[in-house]
Design a binder for this molecule. Structure first.
Ligand code: URA
Length: 249
């Protein structure tokens, strides 16, 4: 029955109901939880209101709004986010969103993490929520690499503090990779890579060492480089790129 785990099956075939719905590309995990508790989902003909019920997609018949759940094909995109767009589907303040640049991608897709409105560079989109969780999980140790223009002339001691960890209001940062790229007038250009993805983390790290971010651009996530992708453009990831980013958590 759907309410018990099938312990004899490989892990990948068993999923909680909310995960099964989001995995099928139908909606986000939280939207799936709402749909389930609202009674819109049946498993083997029975209405189920518990998002944590285990299902085996090979054996159980899952229906959403009385229609069988059909696995949508999973899609993975790299996007070059320009400055000036918020990473959200709709903004309550009416600001321009990244979705306005994505065009009609014919599928429910969500950003993998987010970039601030004033940050540019590599942003991933997918409808594969498991994969997105792996990419964003700090335990996957995927370093996100940024080019930073920081205010003022930063000395070695400041760079070393960024490397070893600075105290932020939500805790000390994990070790970062930091290199000086050069000077730009009175300011400093840095390459900075972090495996965490806390809110406005790079900006807060620079403030913690007495500087400020003047420009922030993400050039890579793990092995995936932004490369020559033009601002505002998307490209599909190749299967080997999707695998390389999934790593092991
Ligand atoms: N760190 C930030 O401060 N902002 C971003 O957009 C990404 C990382």
């Amino acid at each position: 029955m759907a309410s018990r785990p099938h312990r004899d099956l490989p892990q990948r075939e068993r999923k909680t109901l909310d995960r099964a719905l989001s995995r099928a590309g139908a909606m986000s995990r939280s939207q799936a939880q709402e749909a389930i508790t609202a009674g819109r989902v049946r498993v083997n003909g029975l209405r189920v209101r518990d998002p944590q019920v285990w299902v085996d997609l090979e054996r159980d018949r899952v229906e959403l709004d009385d229609a069988p759940l059909q696995a949508k094909s999973l899609v993975y995109f790299a996007f070059h986010k320009p400055v000036g767009y918020v990473t959200t589907r709709s903004d309550e303040r009416g600001r321009a969103t990244v979705y306005e640049l994505l065009g009609d991608l014919d599928s429910w897709i969500a950003p993998v993490g987010r970039l601030d409105r004033e940050t540019s560079g590599l942003l991933l989109f997918t409808n594969d929520t498991d994969w997105a969780e792996r990419v964003t999980n700090p335990r996957s140790k995927l370093f996100k690499r940024y080019e930073v223009l920081a205010r003022g002339a930063l000395d070695e001691a400041q760079l070393e503090r960024l490397r070893t960890g600075v105290e932020l209001d939500d805790g000390r940062t994990a070790p970062a990779r930091v290199e000086r790229l050069g000077e730009q007038g009175p300011d400093t250009r840095l390459a900075l890579a972090i495996a965490e993805g806390r809110n406005r983390q790079v900006r807060r790290m620079l403030e913690a060492v007495g500087s400020r971010v003047l420009a922030l651009h993400r050039v890579a996530i793990g092995p995936l480089e932004l490369g020559a992708l033009a601002a505002g453009q998307t490209r599909k990831l190749k299967p080997f790129e999707v695998r390389a980013l999934a790593g092991s958590v």
